[in-house]
Design a protein. Structure first.
Length: 473
């Protein structure tokens, strides 16, 4: 049995404004019918694998849990990282967790934000890798290059490890992202693959190599996992924060793969793309006769080779070529497709000026549903709130704001101090400053309401949680 380990960290800032720090690209539906995380899990169908183990940032825990629940893959299988420490510590946590019950599974390490057009070719590459991983080799998957890409690291293959129809090679070396001239040389030689960041190896074998090359990382992760506990209600494995924060930040390539003598590379030609930019999304999406990849309500006239994605509003593009146009509820990006790497300059500007748009969407997702911040003013906010069936706010109070709730559809159960009552469509209630209160959706359909907050201070740190169903403090 193979245990898939899916790394779902990262912020995906190169796909701003759709990808934000609290809702990065791996949770977006950018290619296919589901989110990229869900697509990663779904393409495992056809392989003999157990339920995946997902590693994510603690801030994304409810997103991951909800997306796994939607595809029936939620089962105490989410490891929460208190802070990001790169891929070596993340995989080490997964390996330590995998051997806790005495087993030693093969770990199939995948990123949550890759596109693979041919699942069958992916499955075949995994099957080719299994015998070598079972023998103690550390397998990486090298993407057969389709051009002189300068945005990826490369793997140079060494001697052939197998003479079968699907050859496997020893790893000669890993190399950093090259310039164009060097990338052309790599392509012409036929000896180089793009570094996919995907691996297959036995859990204990990987830990042996960690002990040999980076015992400091292994020790920190062992301390973090020793005092971990599973939140039975929310399917989260929480590691010790202090121990994990002390762990060095290191990639698995630097920590192990570049040092081990047992690294082998399995070629993978499966339409792989790491979707690292808007131009990459144009590459992998279907296009019309004018070469435009379109998603949403879009009108074009004399527009060619554009990527246009809009959340709600109509976008009209006339007489333009080679543009990326992305429209969300609170931001619009227009950029030449050849300059998409400069999106990071927008994100840097937003961070430096402490603008919320780098971190949050106008609409944010919560464990109980979602919140759309319709109006933001100095002394009042208006939110459109959707509470899923069974969802509930924490029992809470505020020192600086009052709230007025107006029910748009569905039924709400409200606790206000010592009162407990139901509200239905067109009914409302007022929550005074300092009053303990809670709202719950006891029904079978989503609850929709408008929340009007008013007061001298309206930030989230004025939420004083007294009791919370979701383990938040």
């Amino acid at each position: 049995m193979i245990l898939p380990v899916i790394m779902a960290g990262g912020t995906g800032s190169r796909l701003w404004p759709m990808s934000r720090e609290l809702y990065p690209k791996q949770f977006l539906r950018l290619h296919g019918d589901n989110s990229m995380l869900q697509e990663t899990v779904s393409r495992l169908k056809g392989l003999d694998v157990s339920a995946p183990l997902v590693i994510c940032n603690e801030e994304h825990r409810f997103l991951v849990a909800e997306q796994l629940r939607q595809i029936n893959q939620l089962s105490d299988n989410i490891i929460l990282e208190p802070v990001g420490r790169n891929t070596a510590p993340a995989i080490t946590l997964a390996a330590l967790s995998a051997i806790e019950n005495g087993s030693d599974p093969l770990l199939l390490v995948l990123a949550a934000d890759h596109v693979i057009e041919s699942p069958d070719a992916f499955h075949q590459a995994v099957q080719n890798a299994i015998p070598f991983a079972e023998e103690g080799k550390l397998v990486t998957f090298g993407i057969v290059p389709t051009g002189p890409e300068t945005g990826y690291g490369y793997i140079q293959r060494g001697t052939e490890f197998s003479s079968d129809a699907d050859p496997v090679f020893r790893v000669q070396r890993f190399v950093e992202k090259p310039n164009l001239e060097t990338a052309l040389q790599y392509l012409e030689s036929g000896e180089y693959y793009w570094n996919s960041g995907m691996f297959l190896f036995r859990a204990r074998r990987f830990l042996e190599e960690m002990a040999k090359f980076r015992p400091d990382i292994l020790e920190a992760c062992q301390k973090a996992i020793e005092t971990s506990h599973t939140d039975e209600q929310q399917d989260f494995i929480r590691v010790d924060k202090a121990a994990f924060i002390s762990c060095p930040d290191e990639s698995v390539d630097y920590a192990v793969m570049e040092k081990t003598t047992d690294a082998i590379v399995v070629p993978l030609d499966a339409g792989w793309n790491d979707v690292g930019s808007w131009s990459a999304l144009w590459d992998v999406n279907d296009k019309n006769a004018e070469g435009n990849a379109i998603n949403g309500d879009v009108f074009t006239h004399n527009a060619n080779n554009c990527y246009i994605n809009t959340d709600e509003k109509l976008v009209a593009a006339i007489g333009v070529d080679n543009l990326v146009i992305v429209n969300t509820k609170d931001a619009v990006l227009v950029i030449d497709k050849n300059q998409v790497q400069d999106v990071k300059k927008v994100v840097e500007y937003l961070k430096n000026n402490k603008r919320r748009e780098y971190r949050l969407h106008r609409e944010s997702y919560r464990p109980w549903g979602r919140n759309d911040n319709v109006v933001t003013a100095p002394r009042y906010h208006v939110n459109r709130i959707t509470v899923k069936p069974g969802g509930q706010f924490s029992l809470q109070m505020h020192h600086h704001r009052a709230e007025h709730w107006v029910i748009l559809s569905g039924t709400a159960r409200v606790i206000l101090e010592d009162k407990n009552y139901l509200l239905s469509e067109n009914e409302s209630t007022f929550i005074p400053i300092g009053a303990q209160h809670m709202l719950e959706n006891p029904g079978k359909i989503p609850l929709e309401l408008l929340e009007i907050q008013s007061g001298s201070y309206l930030e989230d740190d004025d939420i004083i949680r007294i009791k919370d169903h979701y383990g938040r403090c």
